[in-house]
Write a protein that binds this ligand. Sequence first.
Ligand code: CTP
Length: 475
Amino acid sequence: MKILEDKIFRTISEEAEKAGTRAFVIGGFVRDYFLQRPCNDIDIVVEGSGIGLAEKVAEVMKTRVSVFRNFGTAMIRKNGIEIEFVGARKESYRRESRKPIVENGTLEDDQNRRDFTINAMAFSLQKENYGCLIDPFGGIKDLQKGIIRTPLDPDTTYSDDPLRMIRAIRFATQLGFSILEESFDAIIRNRERISILSKERITDELHKIIMSGHPSTGFELLDKAGLLEMIMPQLTNLKGVETMEGKGHKDNFSHSLKVLDNLAEKSDNLWLRWAALLHDIGKPATKKFEPGTGWTFHSHDYVGSKMIPALFKQLRLPANEKMKYVQKLVQLHLRPISLVQEEVTDSAIRRLLFDAGNDIDDLMLLCEADITSKNESIVRKHRKNFALVREKLITVEEKDRIRNFNPPVTGEMIMQTFDIQPGPAIGKIKEIIKNSILDGIIPNEYEAAYSMMLELGKEMGLEKKATCITQLPND
Ligand code: CTP
């Protein structure tokens, strides 16, 4: 076990021996070691006081230790690695638990109360069998076979901490494993129990599912277990296909998941992935059958973006610029597609650049991920059109610099020039100048905008009182 040659493990081993206790590396670190995944969190379980051993180790390593007495844990940070010490427990283990812990367990007790066999393996740090794997539930076999299984009866393990039902699905998604059938049946049986969990803990797991390589797997499993409708009914409402007059529409749930998977291949941006998942949530509320036309979802982009704040609140996601970003992308997700259907004018491109600003590249990624047709020639056509839009975006941006648009004349300049107080005339002039630039009537330049301002002022009966000299840079 090469990694255990590391000085830190040797030190823990020596200090445990001196204290007359036994210490083990356990949990995610052991699992990730065998999976060859990087892991910077090391959990050490001690048959005795975790805090006591951590303090001794910190002393030898000349490093600081953070003690969380209420949790009975202590943490040492060294070279970007976090080492958490905890006393072996008879009770269920979970890092975030606020319950006072019972520390007087053995390694075996502790392993019994962990979530999955693959997370219950330990490496010994005792001199006599240093580095030996202690794997009472066949975690290694399950790792090889790709199985998520609870060490005890799943009903017991899940009722110890219902979040484990979602963790099972998260690990299955991240690792591409399958959940043992009886374990999955227990999730279905116990699903109502997630109501006692804090929303933050659930959302943390959702983030991890979304950030995995193939996130649809997680959402499909959450749905199959009956958990998704409790966590995010807005998504399960997208399910189903209706047919009228022989016309159907696509299943918007599986479509949304496909878009998320497509996007996951291109970007690791968590919030862009959320936008992909949520881009069509306005569809159920806007769905209509129009005889002769078929199914329509008019304004689902707008309605969807309006649903985001409540959904973020419900999931305890932040109500900040991240939320606004997701809202913006949901609201704009049809714009590039509508461009490729019409003839691409410079004016339409400028408007898109203005509305999307610096998020234009993310919006284009979302729109490309939104092409989920099974018809290869349609996909090819859309891709070709998008390539055209991308080219146009570059040429128009080089020419007109709309992406970080600052109006070449400001409200301040208008007030100075005509010697007027703040009022509606200023907004009106600014708006007309902005639209004229976006429509290509005048270039995005100070001189042109300034003369237009004078003309507009004249039309409104305003007189030029001063020569405005405060020109703003436009980038
Ligand atoms: N654990 C548990 N029950 C929980 C949470 C955690 O039994 N509800 C145990 C598992 O043994 C797990 C270890 O605590 O391996 C560490 O938990 P955590 O850091 O949350 O997860 P990791 O397994 O390390 O995985 P990740 O870092 O991907 O979350």
